[in-house]
Design a protein around this ligand. Structure first.
Ligand SMILES: [Zn+2]
Length: 52
């Protein structure tokens, strides 16, 4: 058995209920969860800046 994907730091499953499918085929990988969060955070910052 090869475990290349399982050994990747970004493919640790931290959110099993996540709907975000990772490139490795799993759901809730650390990589996907963090990228989604950072995106929403950036959008909030942009909205705040526009209000100010
Ligand atoms: Zn993954």
């Amino acid at each position: 058995m090869q475990h290349h994907l399982a050994g990747e730091a970004g493919h640790i499953i931290i959110n099993k209920s996540s709907q975000e499918k990772c490139t490795c085929g799993n759901y809730g990988c650390w990589q996907v969860s963090t990228s989604t969060k950072s995106l929403s955070l950036k959008q909030k910052h942009i909205q705040k800046l526009e209000i100010i």
